[in-house]
Design a protein around this ligand. Structure first.
Ligand code: C5P
Length: 298
């Protein structure tokens, strides 16, 4: 008996790493992390319609080939549901390769939507394992909390409750680097490792329902990112000068963010840096991918 499944529409949120510490190098070549992720109200939109084969159409700046984690996620889940396909449409709004987790969030959205569309019987735990195989940042997007403390490769997750709404100014400098994340981790020096206590303190603060503050914000990849992106140090100095504020790198960058006093302050900060090249956005913290309905469109 054939079952007709309705199409699914999903909003996949961006993230920032409020705090990212690198504890050291692991035997498997990855690095041990302690980080706090926060979802943002900046989204890619995805639609999934049932089809006998798999196809991907992209509106915006992302590949339609298997470089795109959406296809890799669909193929990974498809091994458990071999007779299924889907027409996937991705409308890209989160800047790509920027340290905002857009590709990872799209991959998690694909796993969750196709599990539902195809009726795949796979537990949340097994889905997290599948997600971890696609990339270290994918598992966190499969959880229902808007923020999370992550250890291991970034894939051992403790969900955190939503803090009061946070507002940010985001700047995405116009720098690209092939195989960016691997390159930046390879630039790390042992003296840039830390013990994870900043990220742990921030996670404790947020788990008590308290609001993060600027002293919690930190990224242990910043110096390595400045060595890999030759203009990043100068750019971040110019940003500080123009805004009079301190900026923190998100993930492996090159996006820099400032935690503002509210939406109006975010707009003022964005205004103060708009003469610098790149994309400047005022954003707020947002709900998790999981907690936004996986809406049916027919
Ligand atoms: O897992 P993902 O594909 O995002 O990682 C890209 C690269 O970044 C890895 O191949 C590894 O070189 C580096 N990485 C790391 N430690 C992590 C996450 C990523 O060394 N925790």
């Amino acid at each position: 008996m054939s079952v007709i499944h309705a199409a699914r529409a999903v909003r996949a949120p961006a993230k920032v790493n409020l705090c990212l510490e690198i504890l050291g190098r692991r035997a498997d070549g990855y690095h041990e992390l302690a980080t706090v992720f926060q979802a943002l109200d900046l989204y890619d939109d995805l639609q999934f319609a049932p089809l006998s084969s798999l196809s991907l159409a992209v509106d915006g700046d992302a590949p339609t080939t298997e470089e795109n984690l959406v296809l890799r996620a669909a193929q990974a889940l498809g091994r458990l549901a071999p007779d299924n396909g889907a027409a996937v449409k991705l409308c890209k709004r989160i800047p790509s390769g920027a340290g905002l987790g857009g590709g990872s969030s799209d991959a998690a959205a694909t796993l969750l939507a196709l599990r539902s569309l195809w009726g795949v019987e796979i537990s949340d735990e097994a889905l997290v394992q599948l997600a971890a195989g696609l990339g270290a940042d994918v598992p966190v997007f499969t959880y229902s909390s808007p923020a999370a403390f992550a250890r291991g490769r970034g894939d051992v997750i403790t969900p955190l409750p939503a803090a009061a709404e946070l507002s940010f100014a985001l700047t995405v400098p116009p720098f690209t680097l092939p195989a960016k994340t691997a390159r930046i981790f390879s630039e790390l020096r042992p003296e840039e490792y830390s013990d994870g206590s900043r990220a742990r303190q921030l996670a404790e603060t947020m788990s008590r329902g308290e609001t993060p503050h600027k002293d919690h914000l930190w990224n242990g990849l910043f110096s390595a990112a400045c060595r890999a992106f030759s203009n990043l140090e100068e750019y971040s100095r110019a940003l500080r000068c123009a805004s009079g504020r301190a900026w923190t790198l998100s993930g492996a960058g090159p996006t820099l963010f400032h935690l503002t006093a509210g939406s109006e302050d975010s707009r003022d900060v964005v205004q103060s840096v708009r003469s610098l090249p790149g994309t400047h956005l005022a954003v707020r913290s947002g709900p998790s991918l999981r907690s936004q309905n996986l809406g049916e469109t027919e």
